[in-house]
Design a binder for this molecule. Structure first.
Ligand code: HEM
Ligand code: MG
Length: 312
């Protein structure tokens, strides 16, 4: 996290992703994969290290190169994840489960658990992964993917479009409310859930695995427009279950209404400070730099910058 993030691509035209330098190789038993189909694919095509351990810089470069994710959205998501799931001392993160390959860990309560870690970035009501409560929040789930196909047939005329995405998103949330007594839908999960439901439309389906034409991210049109369309089809306020079927609202959480500003403030002041209450030395410097990088990518222009670990 201490090193600066990569800049945007110079050339954002479409191109073959599955080219001769980036063949798909099935991950071996020691290669790590996790809850993100985008990053899993990039690792299996060698845009990320095939073992699934990467620096945040490598992740931003890979999502730009492989999917044309726009620079600021790529940095926002990557640093948002890295600061809670990665190792700020070694600058390495697992795209799946916890591993010694990310090097010596900072002291607890820091977790450094990789992207599988529940409740920091990974959250409930995912499209193709089960809720943590049901035991596996990271593996591709065939039954859920069948729901994805069925929604595309029923609502999208055979395509995973915004109509299909909106209905499937709503169904996944309703299913979790009904069955998961620990269901939680608090920031940043509303933004990531609605955003990720749009990702396959924005990034995943050009013929023969080409990347999309032009970068896509916080611009207009951009991910904010998609989130609005899906959310408006079936609005839901932030909340959590107190027992299966009993969804209780958390009105102190403005959810999507405050854009990425509440997400930023909550992430820095509550989540990151919770994991790193009193960092020292290189760790402190690295967190400070990482939080500044995260701030610079925030899309909401009126956010006040926070300095939990001081300034240089
Ligand atoms: C889900 C991380 C980029 C596609 C997730 C999840 C994480 C994650 C932690 C799990 C959240 C959850 O559903 O509980 C990241 C990071 C990225 C990134 C750190 C760095 C920029 C991308 C890109 C794509 C993508 C470029 C598209 C090509 C998806 C999709 C899901 C997802 C479709 C939802 C999967 C589901 O609901 O079953 N990502 N992601 N991600 N990601 Fe990524
Ligand atoms: Mg999940």
């Amino acid at each position: 996290g201490a090193q600066p993030p990569p800049g945007p691509l110079q050339n954002t035209s479409t191109k073959l992703v599955n080219d001769e330098n980036h063949p798909y190789v099935m991950p071996g038993p020691k290669d790590i994969r996790g809850p993100c189909p985008g990053l899993n694919t990039l690792a299996s095509h060698g845009y990320l290290p095939r073992d699934g351990i990467a620096t945040p810089q490598q992740i931003v470069n890979a999502v730009q190169e492989g999917f044309n994710m726009e620079n600021r959205l790529a940095i926002f998501v990557t640093w948002g994840a890295f600061l809670v799931d990665g190792n700020p001392i070694t600058n390495l993160m697992s795209i799946g489960g916890r591993t010694g390959k990310t090097g010596p860990n900072p002291p607890p309560p820091a977790i450094v658990g990789g992207l599988n870690t529940h409740g920091l970035f990974e959250g409930d009501a995912s499209t193709t992964r089960s809720d943590f409560y049901f035991g596996d929040n990271f593996s591709f789930n065939d039954t859920l993917f069948q729901d994805f196909i069925n929604a595309s047939i029923t609502y999208g005329g055979g395509f995973y479009n915004q109509e299909a995405a909106a209905e499937l998103r709503w169904n996944r949330i309703q299913d979790s409310i009904a069955r998961n007594p620990t269901f939680t839908f608090l920031s940043p999960r509303p933004a990531s859930a609605f955003g990720e439901s749009s990702f396959p439309i924005d990034f995943l389906f050009p013929d023969g695995f080409h990347r999309r034409e032009g970068a896509f991210g916080f611009g207009r049109p951009g991910i904010g427009d998609d989130v609005r369309v899906l959310f408006n089809a079936h609005p839901i306020s932030p909340g959590h279950n107190e027992g299966a079927g009993n969804y209780v609202l958390n009105p102190e959480d403005p959810g999507l209404a405050a854009g990425s500003c509440f997400i930023y403030t909550q992430h820095v002041n509550v989540t990151i400070r919770g994991l790193y209450p009193n960092p020292k030395g290189h760790l402190r410097k690295s967190l400070r730099a990482g939080i500044a990088t995260f701030y610079n990518a925030v899309a909401w222009p009126t956010c006040a910058q926070l300095f939990p670990y001081g300034v240089d």
